[in-house]
Write a protein that binds this ligand. Structure first.
Ligand code: HEM
Length: 190
């Protein structure tokens, strides 16, 4: 295998790790939102805590291998829109995931730690059902899908930006049904 082929292998391995971690994260998130007791919520939060460090690891592998390919292969270049928009979106995904979502997760964990054993208190239910965290997670995953489209189709700037904008809009729109889940939870304005 040539250097670029080895890099493509690790690049796609990084994508497998990213998609795998994201899938487990979505499953645990869905179970967490249905938790009836504090103990159940802590179990699924424990799974999310285990998965969280896989995201920066996957992003480093994806970027490292991708950068090598762009630098080494003659017909790839940093000023090609599919490369630069993908890179920008990956950096934004890292900030949204590593910054906002991880901090949000830590907040929910602190709420769960301080809760008394037994049925879910309203404060923890509100934290778990936070529609902003839900929408942010969906935006992040749809960005990854938009990048995958860029990798295969290699669109021009308009096409690459359109993919990111559509992904952002669809992900952000998931805030609406998620905020409806909060209705009826104690302490939430009707
Ligand atoms: C989450 C982010 C990313 C995902 C999911 C992703 C996914 C993929 C996939 C599935 C392929 C195989 C496509 C094919 O063979 O047709 C690929 C190829 C490639 N990726 Fe990425 N990629 C990501 C980020 C990046 C970044 C940031 C760069 C540049 C720094 C990059 C550079 C490349 C290159 C140069 C190829 C080879 C393209 C080819 O052989 O046609 N990727 N990527």
């Amino acid at each position: 295998m040539t250097g670029p082929e080895v890099a493509l292998f690790f690049h796609i391995l990084g994508v497998f790790l990213l998609v795998g971690a994201s899938s487990i994260s979505h499953l645990a998130g869905a179970r967490l939102r249905r938790a009836e007791t504090v103990a159940e919520a802590r179990t699924w939060l424990g799974v999310l805590k285990l998965v969280d460090p896989l995201f920066p690891g996957a992003i480093i592998v994806i970027f490292g291998a991708g950068a090598y390919m762009v630098s080494d292969v003659a017909f790839f270049d940093w000023d090609q829109a599919w490369v630069s928009v993908a890179l920008g979106t990956l950096i934004a995904a890292g900030a949204l995931g590593g910054g906002f979502l991880s901090r949000g997760l830590r907040g929910v964990m602190a709420e769960a730690e301080s809760a008394e054993e037994g049925p879910m208190p309203a404060s923890l239910r509100r934290a778990v059902l936070n529609p902003v965290l839900f929408a942010a997670e969906n935006v992040l995953d749809l960005w990854i899908i938009a990048i995958m489209y860029m990798m295969v189709d290699k669109p021009n700037l308009a096409g690459a930006l359109a993919a990111v904008l559509i992904a952002t809009a669809v992900g952000a729109a998931s805030y609406v049904p998620a905020s409806k889940r909060l209705e009826g939870v104690e302490g939430v304005e009707g």
